[in-house]
Design a protein around this ligand. Structure first.
Ligand code: CTP
Length: 399
């Protein structure tokens, strides 16, 4: 595929070298279009050597090839990484004063911006309005990561991990140049993932074997389709997808609080987490000791709130789409249909737990039930494939 990597003038330009390598090593042809300011951070020779392509910043070089039109027209994907506040402003206003901004106006392909800047600049209303404008037009603007910035400060504005940006771009390329590529742009979606742990004492808990992979794939795919994503992750140690706001939780009660808070303005909520139905009635604040010759006391449990049923019954936003999961070990579809009625959600993903699917596996196979009685079979395949089919159904309901 023909990828155009636009680089604007931020220190994260050096991390874009790694992104470029990820593209070229997986067989893509990459044309790097840096801004003049970005050459303060990484020089043209580096881009030219790494991409094997000529590099120019202005429209006045090789004019006979009309590069300001040709590069954009031939691109299958345009990714601007890093995108500075200035570049976002120019893109939002359709300015065209160098090769990169001209290319932005001539490209018909999906456009991904990976902003990186100081928190104040990112949060400034001017930048936020520019981002909203770009998203409304169908561009994918990745939410910056939170962490260490240039200098001693930390906050939101960090350039996401190049591997995570590459993964997002791979998903965008896989969906093709169709107009629906950023069909979740402007939407806020909440995804829960992983398995809750209910503490018994300082070193023990009641838990489950959920890895969080399906939820993380759902979150990553939503970001690649343009959504603002809040991922509420319970005890899942997985790479965080680019553009996803991560909230880490431990217990079912913490998960409930985080999901309800994020759902207040969400267009869709996907409850992929394996939430413990019960928690120990009493938390023992010191480690429980065994006593020779004494039988252990029976474990008293209390019910956890059913978060999915609660969200379904009290939608914070009219038309909010609520999705549940049902992982079953036998007679999955019958149990799933019964669960669907109990939960009151719009869509329910029913999957049978097995050695090579659902919990812990990279793959899954499912049937997605819809409130109108529809049943969509998702064939065995990667969890991202299920995620795409799920978002197709959610996007159709939102539209
Ligand atoms: N769920 C939830 N809150 C709970 C338990 C589950 O929100 N306390 C959500 C899960 O995130 C999932 C769905 O409900 O989306 C199905 O959970 P599951 O545990 O399979 O169903 P249960 O209602 O617990 O039914 P059963 O135990 O009979 O299988």
């Amino acid at each position: 595929m023909n990828v155009v990597l636009g680089v604007s003038g931020g220190i994260a330009a050096y991390k874009a070298c790694e992104l470029l390598r990820l593209f070229t090593e997986s067989g893509h042809r990459v044309r790097v279009v840096p801004t003049a300011a970005s050459l303060h951070f990484v020089g043209a020779a580096t881009w030219s050597a790494l991409s094997g392509q000529p590099v120019s910043t202005e429209v006045w070089e090789s004019v006979h090839e009309v590069p300001h039109v040709r590069i954009g027209q031939q691109a299958d994907l345009l990714v601007i990484a890093p995108a500075t506040a200035d570049l976002l402003a120019k893109a939002a206003h359709g300015r065209a004063d160098d090769l990169l901004t001209n290319t932005l106006l001539t490209a018909h392909c999906p456009v991904v911006f990976a902003p990186a800047m100081h928190t104040e600049m990112w949060e400034h209303p001017a930048t936020q309005e520019n981002v909203a404008t770009l998203r409304r037009r169908g561009a994918i603007v990745i939410e910056p990561a939170v962490g260490r910035l240039t200098g001693a400060d930390t906050g939101k504005g960090r350039f996401p991990d190049p591997e995570a940006i590459f993964e997002l771009c791979r998903r965008v390329l896989a969906r093709g140049a169709d107009a629906g590529v950023a069909d979740l742009a402007g939407r806020h979606v909440v995804v829960s993932a992983g398995g809750t742990r209910e503490p018994l004492d300082p070193v023990r808990f009641l838990g489950n074997i959920s890895s969080g992979r399906q939820g993380f794939a759902i979150a990553g795919v939503a970001a690649a389709r343009g959504a603002r994503v809040t991922l509420v992750a319970a005890n899942a140690e997985l790479p965080v997808p680019a553009g996803v706001d991560l909230v880490r939780v431990g217990t079912a009660l913490e998960l409930r609080e985080a999901v309800l808070a994020a759902a207040a303005d969400a267009d869709a909520v996907v409850m992929a987490a394996a939430v413990a139905d019960f928690r120990p009635a009493d938390y023992i604040s010191v480690k429980i000791k065994k006593v020779e010759g004494v039988e252990p006391a029976p474990l008293a449990l209390v019910r956890n709130p059913d978060i999915l049923a609660e969200i379904s019954a009290h939608r914070a936003v009219p038309g909010q789409v609520v999705v549940g999961f049902a992982a079953e070990t036998d007679d999955a579809l019958r149990h799933g249909r019964e669960k669907f009625i109990r939960k009151g959600c719009d869509l329910l993903v029913v999957n049978e737990v097995g050695a090579d699917r659902a919990f812990g596996s990279a793959n899954n196979e499912a049937v997605i039930l819809s409130a109108e009685g529809g049943e969509t079979a998702v064939p065995y395949g990667p969890k991202a494939q299920l995620a795409d089919q799920l978002w197709d159904l959610v996007a159709a309901r939102l539209a």
